[in-house]
Each structure stands twice: as C-alpha cells, then as structure tokens.
Design a protein. Structure first.
Length: 640
C-alpha cells in the first residue's frame, strides 16, 4: 500500500539548515536595488520611536539593519503612509541570522499598505520585505499588496513578509501577489518562509499564489520544497509556538514529488517526543486551489508531528478533478486530509501520515464559508485581540479592509430612485443611465469605497440628467394646418383662432401631454365657433331698387321679375356670394326681359275693329279732330 512519503533525508537536511547560527550568505546590496536612494536621516541613536512616511525611508531601515549591529531592539518603527515600491528591486530588511543582523524591534504598519514589493535577483539570499525577525522582533498591522518574489538561487527560506521568524511575532498582517521557488529545497510560505522556537503568527491572512516549480537535476527525488499558504515550515518549536486565527484563500502549486504542502503550514518537523511542536488554532482554508504533482502530499491545514491542531476549518471537497483513492492514500477518504500526523520511521528514513489519526479533533470541513455559524465559531475561539468579521470570500479580520466588502448602500439607494417607466425619457439619457448601472462592479472592498461611492453618484447624476421625451404635437399640428387653410377675412371675428394659435407652447414634454392636447382642442373649438361674414347684397339691392322703380302695369308680364325678387335669400354668408350674385343677376335678367305694353304696333284701319279695337279707332278720330282744330286756331291767329 502506497504511503504519503516525505523523505527523511530531506527533513534532516532542512533541520541542519535551521541550526541556531546558520552560515547565511551575505546579501550584497545592489547599487540600483531601490531607485538609487535610501533615506536614513530620520534615524538617531537616542530616540526609541520613529515614523516613516516614504519608500526611501523604508529602504533606509533596510540599510540601517543590514549595515551593522542595529537590530532596533527596544525601538518601534511606525509606518505613517501607504507606500508603493513601484516594482523596483527590493533589499530585505535585516539579512543576517537569528543572533545578529536580525530585526528585533517593533514595526507597526498601523494598517497601511506596501504595494508592489519586487525581488527577482538570483544572488540575493533573502527576498521578502524582512529577511530575519528574531529575539522578540514584531511586525504587525501591515499589508503587502501585489508582491512579486522569486528565488532562483541557493537560498533556503522564502516568504513575502519575512523569510525567517525566530522567536518573533507576526500579528495582523496580510499578503497578496506571487511567490515562487525555482530551484527546490525551499521553505516556502505565503507570509513567512520558516518559523522556529516560540514564534507567534496571529491574525494573518494571505491570498498569494505560492508556486514551487520542479528543478530537474536528474533525480526526481533529490529536491523538494515545504510549502504552506501562511508558513512554509516550522521547526524547533517551543511550547509557546503558535499559529492562531489565520486564513488562506490564495493558491498553491507544487511540482515536487517529495514535498509537504499545507493550506496553513507546509509541515512542522519536530520529531522527538520532547519537542512540543507548534499549536495551530482557529485557522481556516477557504480556497480549493491547492494542487501538487503528488496529491497525497497535500493537507488542508498542515503536516504536523506533535503540535495540537484545534478549531480549524477547511473545504468539504477537493479541487475539481482531484480524487484520492483511499486504497492508495490510506486515511484520505477521497479528499485531502485536514492534518497529516506524521509517523517517523528512523530505520527506513521516512516520515508518513498516521492512517489512524482522528481528523475530527482538528476541526471540521465547511460547505459554505459565508455561513454565519462559521463566523460565530471563529469568533468564539478567537485569540485575544482578534475580531473576525464577514469578508468578501469568507471570514476575515476587522482590520482587513481589503477583504471586507465596501458599503454598497448608496448604490442600492441610487438604483431604488430609478423611475419604473423609462419609456417616457429620451433614448440618449436612458442609455446613459443604463451605462451607469452596468458600470457598478460588485465585490469591491472597503479600500475601494470611494470608487463604489462614485458608482452611486454616477447613477444619481444619470437619473438627474434624464430628459422627458417631447410631447406629441400631432393633433396641434393638424389643428394649425386647418386654421392656416382658412381665410380669416371670411369671418366676423377671427381673433379667438389667432389667440389659440399664439398660445401654442412647443416646450412641453410627454408628462404634459394633456396640456398639449388642450392646445389642439382650443384651436379646434375656436375654429368651430367662427361665424362667416354675411354675403354682399349690394348688387341684389341695386337690382331690387331697379325693379321697384318699374310700374309693373306697364309691362305685359312682370311675373319673372316678381319671382326673381321673391327668390332673394337674405341668409347667405360670404362663402355663398356667388349665389347672392346669381340672385342679383336673376333680377337684372328678369328686368331686361320685360316687354312694355306700349311697344305693341297699331292695328291696320282696314281691319275690322271689335271690342277695344273700336274704342281705339274712336280715340284716333277724336285725336285727329282735335289736332285739326288746334291747327286751325293757330292758322287764324297767325293770319291776324
């Protein structure tokens, strides 16, 4: 039956490397390691407190610890601002060993961040922000963001925050970025490479990518790394050695066959019964992204010998595609072990996991790390000074603003103000609002609160900028068209229509549609109330006057004129002028067609007369006698 193998020869090699005073390689400062400057003017021998505000001053701390015996023991260095190392090559602070050249003071980051730590030089024995922290040295309240650390050299330890902590303290610290071993035989951790003696790692978290790359020297078992999400390896632990209240949500990838890989600690190699081992309490691994070329080398929490592991939590299933056959990996039950309790076989030179170890004493697996019960359990078992809170991907610490969700209440309040009916607004302003809403990025942290607040403001501004669509003036335009087609001179009073037209306001929007419709109605009503001017009866009156001046008795037939006069209709308006003019013409035509009675010729005397005709003859005779008589009188007078 195949057992999980960790070569004892390698273990012994590592133990020897961690002797109390190792022959550490002196890291040679490179002239251009930090943009050519390091400011040490802030330091003096008499003060015990110092306040750093620039990256140059931080580089000066490295220079002060690396250039002599100044361990800063009994002194406190405060970081007063966030710093950006801008990717320039970093020289670790304190590059000596555990008895000299270490950092033994207190470095208090006060919650600040150091961005873009970079160490890529192959001949630098130390690569992290700190090289060695020892003799009670403490680093606390500090976050390292987007680090890029890679060792392609013979260095032994590799950690983002510190390479080696001996009897020191790392409290309330966080790391992210990438740390990579290229050569093998490294103690590789996302926060600290290796810890010894009574070191305490409390309240720390990491989202770093921890990479252990295979180095081919012709013997696949000759090299290995000990890899941990928080600490790579622990050795020579004393009774007060502790990893408490830590979490890992990064990734681990190990390419060596004989490597110990753990989400919190790679391995604790204290093999003798007299060695108490490191205590691991109240730690969680929330990531499933832990893989190794030999999956059986992986534990969710750690591989330990004597130390107690309690109140820890880990995922309830392995990464996708990882299935550990219990027939091959005894005691694994198809997934990673939480803790591999190692059994050392000195005769065979191996250390293997104890298949009978009861994992339940270490804690339990978790399906959902956002479950409030998980947070409650962590807080119940927390070390003094540690406050667990709900984080973005799982529980974290109250100080860890980078992993606590930003407050989105202003965003939600802004969204709640968005009108239900957006169809009444112009497409341009609605599109701008949609862009503001789509621009909301979920999952941002408290450090990005200003960006989240800006998202809320963008939505508020877009709402304020919404423009209503213009009202529909179709009916108004139709009414106007009708009015413009009218000849105002045809009406008694066109002023109401003119007033209605002048009252049209083209600035109304869709919410004022009723007002616009009222404008159209006002025009229509004004037109409906128009009264035409009466038709011009002048010609009719003139014709009537002519007709009334005639003596109908003088005409043979006056009936046509009478009929034309009777046909006159005084109710015609100006639009019926042609009809009125026709009335006048009818009268005129009737008058023109009259035939006077005097226009008839006298009858022939030879024609017998009867009735009136005889009377007429008598009249002519009398008239003739009278004429002769008058003529005779005239003639007599003339003769006289």
């Amino acid at each position: 039956m195949k057992k999980r193998r960790i070569m004892l020869a390698v273990v012994l090699c590592l133990c020897m490397a961690l002797s109390l005073v190792p022959a550490a390689l002196a890291a040679e400062e490179t002239a251009d390691a930090w943009d050519g400057t390091a400011d040490t003017t802030w330091y003096n021998d008499t003060n015990t407190e110092f306040h750093l505000k620039t990256a140059e001053q931080l580089a000066g701390l490295a220079e002060l610890t690396n250039g002599g015996d100044n361990t800063f023991a009994g002194k406190t260095v405060y970081l007063e601002a966030d710093l950006d190392l801008a990717g320039h090559q970093w020289v670790s602070i304190a590059i000596g060993n555990n008895v000299s050249g270490y950092f033994g003071g207190t470095f208090d980051g006060q919650g600040h961040m150091i961005y873009n730590l970079n160490s890529q030089v192959s001949d630098t024995y130390y690569h992290g922000l700190f090289g060695v922290i020892s003799q009670g040295g403490t680093v606390k309240n500090l976050s390292l963001i987007n680090a890029n650390v890679k060792a392609s050299d013979s260095s032994l330890r590799l950690g983002i925050l510190a390479e080696w902590v001996n009897g020191g303290n790392v409290i309330n610290c966080y790391t992210s970025g990438r740390i990579e071993s290229d050569m093998g035989n490294k103690l590789l951790g996302g926060v600290v490479g290796t810890c010894t003696a009574g070191t305490k790692i409390i309240g720390c978290g990491s989202e770093a990518s921890v990479i252990s790359k295979f180095y081919d020297d012709g013997d696949e078992y000759s090299d290995c790394d000990t890899v941990g999400g928080i600490v790579g390896q622990w050795e020579n632990a004393t009774e007060d050695a502790l990893i408490s209240d830590c979490w890992f949500n990064g990734s681990i990838n190990c390419e060596f066959l004989d490597s110990a890989v753990g989400g919190i600690l790679g391995a604790n190699f204290d093999f003798y019964d007299s060695d108490p081992g490191v205590t691991i309490n109240n730690c969680i691994v929330t990531t499933k992204d832990i893989i190794s070329v030999e999956p059986g080398n992986i534990t969710w929490i750690a591989a330990v010998v004597n130390g107690a592991v309690t109140n820890c939590m880990w995922p309830d299933s392995p990464p996708d595609g990882v299935v550990l056959d219990p027939e091959i990996y005894e005691g694994y039950n198809g997934t990673y072990m939480a803790v591999a309790k190692l059994v050392v076989n000195w005769d065979e030179g191996t250390a293997a996991a104890d298949p009978d170890f009861d994992q339940s004493v270490c804690g339990y697996d978790v399906t959902d790390f956002s479950d409030s019960a998980v947070l409650a359990a962590l807080q119940e078992n927390a070390a003094d000074g540690v406050e667990w809170v709900a984080g973005i991907d799982g529980p974290t610490f109250s100080w860890d603003d980078g992993n606590i969700s930003a407050d989105y209440s202003a965003v939600e309040a802004a969204k709640a103000k968005i009108p239900e009916d957006l169809t009444i607004y112009t497409d341009e302003t609605v599109n701008a609002l949609n862009e503001a809403v789509d621009g909301v990025i979920e999952g941002m942290n408290k450090l990005q609160q200003s960006e989240v607040d800006a998202m809320a403001k963008a939505i508020e501004d877009a709402i304020a900028a919404l423009e209503y669509k213009p009202a529909d003036y179709t009916k108004v335009d139709e009414a106007i068209k009708k009015a413009e087609a009218l000849n105002k001179n045809n009406y008694k009073d066109f002023s109401a229509v003119t007033a209605a037209l002048n009252a049209v306001d083209r600035d109304k929007d869709i919410t004022q549609q009723s007002e616009v419709d009222a404008m159209a109605k006002a025009i229509e009503d004004a037109m409906a109330a128009l009264e035409y001017k009466p038709a011009d009866y002048t010609k009719v009156d003139e014709a009537i006057k002519k007709a009334e001046a005639l003596n109908k008795d003088n005409y043979k037939d006056f009936s046509a004129v009478t009929a034309a006069l009777n046909a006159v209709d005084r109710d015609k308006d100006i639009t019926q002028q042609s009809e009125v003019d026709a009335m006048a013409k009818a009268i005129e035509d009737a008058i023109a067609g009259l035939v006077k009675k005097t226009d008839t010729k006298p009858s022939d005397p030879s024609t017998p007369q009867t009735g009136d005709e005889g009377g007429m003859a008598v009249w002519f005779v009398v008239a003739g006698i009278c004429a002769v008589g008058i003529a005779g009188v005239t003639m007599v007078s003339e003769k006289r």
